[in-house]
Design a protein around this ligand. Structure first.
Ligand code: SF4
Length: 586
């Protein structure tokens, strides 16, 4: 039994529901889609009082089941106008699980800025937020630790979210207490800002009650062992992390460089790719940085990192592949230390590194600066922090910046920046980003190593759909997608583990079923919001400008891929093509 709270910010009244069984399993992205469709908010003002902001933890929340304490945050996106689920690692879902809180919805809007505090018994109080306003995330975090002690977890609205900038995510404290893990995409931080909730703080309590504690803890150990034996994780995610992808995408010509005008920054047969995962890992390890870091308690994949400078002093955490590409190569940066500095500005402001990097590159393409102009990038972050007139324009994101400066090369789908897989080369991920109701988001169905060019569209759509179903499923049960090489082949084990924790009687089929239902609900929401097949198009330049060095242009239009979800019942049967090369076709 766990609680679900409806918190009305207008009158500070809270309604409590008691949930158990499958209600606790169908969480995260599924729950968000279901609640938002049922609430009929598709046409609501996303920054108005009628847009609920939902926080949901999965069935393992509060345990140390590896990579299973992912937090999902959802609402109607003020960036895309469609549905949004943004998920984050860190400690918040873990802390929710420890007070036996399955989730909560913030309704309405507060009159005054406030902090919501949960004590170890789960009792909620509303507190004064004035001391934290306008601070960087590290400053605000330190004040929260002074006020509430060190044994807390928090979700924080940063300074850009305070003035409703659409770059804003919601920052979660990591396993060392850093304000560094973001529910990043779609402007969820602006929605938190619109509700005048500066922070939500949870006192971390003891292990929650479990249906069969012994069996659940045994499953925790078994899953950790499977991860330790998994070649894909042990050769890539654990030692290098997501930045390993950069060496591959630069090699195949699919990494965004200089606002998506090139697909490779260097010819790696002639020179070292210094923005690649191999180089950065060696550099960081040689300086004493940590390249196998767990963002949440219990994660044995440990794909995160703590990046340090030449003297061994921490600059930022974590440097992820998509940050490296959008805020790095896509803005013309070539030095990992410069990238780390920019990464940390995003951490301090609580903003999405993908949307921010894409926006800055658009500004550069519009002639405001040369690619690689570090001084200009620093000026952008100063403007974003101060909320100056130009800072507030830039804080509205890539699509808005492109429109404002009148340039044609604006890399978005459904007004959300395309992440670090150029769809002219990495085509299956491109189809996922085109068709997802979430807007351009690789995490909805990333299949970057699929050899696609000699395949027909139905084959590529089937590969995308397979990945989309599995990703929607793990996003709905609090699992991190980076465990998928273990999770996806072990669905029966997963069902047994959940049954042990919650006393449910799930069959293995639950996994793909929840994935399919989530995708159906998300499409339903977006249709009610007015989205059509035309919204699945890539921007024209992807079709008109072949990308060097492959000289490939995009092949598929929105109208050709839009009916992908008509085939949902055929998906979820083949297993997902592996991201790191073990399987390259279904
Ligand atoms: S795999 Fe990486 S991102 Fe996922 S939970 Fe573990 S450390 Fe965090």
């Amino acid at each position: 039994m766990r609680k679900y709270l409806h918190i009305n910010l207008n009158d500070r009244q809270t309604a409590t529901e008691e949930w158990d069984g499958e209600a606790l399993v169908k969480a995260g992205r599924y729950l968000i889609a279901k609640m938002l469709v049922e609430a009929g908010v598709a046409t609501a003002d996303p920054l108005g009082p009628d847009n609920p902001l939902i926080f949901s933890a999965g069935p393992f929340a509060g345990t140390t089941f590896s990579n299973a304490n992912r937090l999902s945050v959802g609402c109607k996106s003020p960036l895309t106008g469609g549905i949004k689920e943004a998920n984050a690692g860190g400690t918040f879902a873990y802390a929710m699980g420890r007070i036996e809180l399955a989730g909560f919805t913030l309704h309405g809007q507060a009159n005054e800025w406030l902090v919501i505090h949960f004590d170890k018994e789960g009792n909620l109080t509303f507190e004064e937020a004035t001391p934290y306003l306008g601070k960087t995330n590290t400053e605000a975090a330190n004040l929260l630790y002074e006020r509430y002690g060190k044994k807390i977890s928090f979700a924080l609205c940063g300074p850009v979210g305070e003035y409703l900038g659409l770059l804003a995510g919601i920052t979660i404290s990591d396993s060392d207490g850093r304000p560094s893990r973001l529910a990043a995409r779609g402007g969820v931080g602006a929605v938190m800002g619109s509700k005048k909730v500066k922070a939500i703080v949870i006192d971390v309590a003891a292990m929650p009650r479990l249906h069969d504690r012994k069996k659940t803890l045994s499953a925790v150990r078994t899953y950790a062992k499977l991860i330790q034996e998994d070649e894909a994780i042990q050769s890539t995610y654990y030692p290098i992390g997501t930045m390993a992808m950069a060496d591959y995408t630069n090699h195949v010509g699919g990494i965004p460089v200089n606002n998506f005008t090139l697909g490779a920054q260097v010819n790696d047969s002639l020179e070292t790719f210094k923005m690649g995962g191999t180089y950065i890992t060696e550099l960081n390890n040689s300086r004493g940085g940590n390249h196998s870091h767990a963002c949440m308690p219990g994660c044995t994949i440990q794909c995160s990192n703590v990046y340090v400078d030449a003297s061994g002093k921490e600059i930022t955490s974590p440097v992820e592949y998509e940050t490296l590409a959008l805020l790095g190569t896509n803005c013309g940066l070539r030095d990992p230390d410069d990238l780390a500095e920019m990464n940390q500005y995003c951490n301090e402001l609580g903003i999405d590194t993908i949307e921010t990097g894409a926006t800055i590159a658009v500004l550069m393409d519009a002639g405001l600066a040369e690619f690689g102009d570090l001084a200009f990038m620093r000026r952008v972050f100063q403007a974003l922090q101060s909320g100056s007139e130009e800072g507030r324009i830039w804080a509205q994101g890539t699509a808005h910046a492109g429109k404002h400066y009148g340039i044609h090369r604006v890399p978005v789908v459904k007004k959300q920046a395309i992440s670090a897989y150029d769809p002219r080369v990495i085509e299956v991920t491109g189809i996922s980003m085109m068709t997802s109701a979430q807007g351009a988001d690789h995490t909805t169905g990333n299949v970057p190593k699929y050899a696609s060019r000699d395949k027909d569209l139905p084959t590529l759509m089937a590969a995308s759909l397979e990945a989309q179903i599995a990703c929607a499923a793990v996003d709905s049960i609090g699992l991190c997608i980076f465990g998928r090489s273990v999770t996806n082949p072990n669905i029966a084990f997963l069902a047994d583990s959940i049954n042990a924790a919650l006393g449910t009687a799930l069959e293995p089929t639950f996994f793909h079923k929840i994935g399919r239902e989530t995708l159906r609900l998300e499409r339903e929401f977006n249709e009610a919001a007015g989205f059509t097949a035309a919204d699945d198009n890539l921007p024209a330049f992807f079709y008109d400008e072949p990308l060097a060095p492959s000289n490939q242009a995009a092949r598929f239009k929105g109208v050709e891929v839009h009916d992908i979800y008509e085939h949902l019942d055929e998906g979820g049967t083949q297993g997902v093509p592996e991201e790191y090369g073990r399987v390259t076709s279904p």
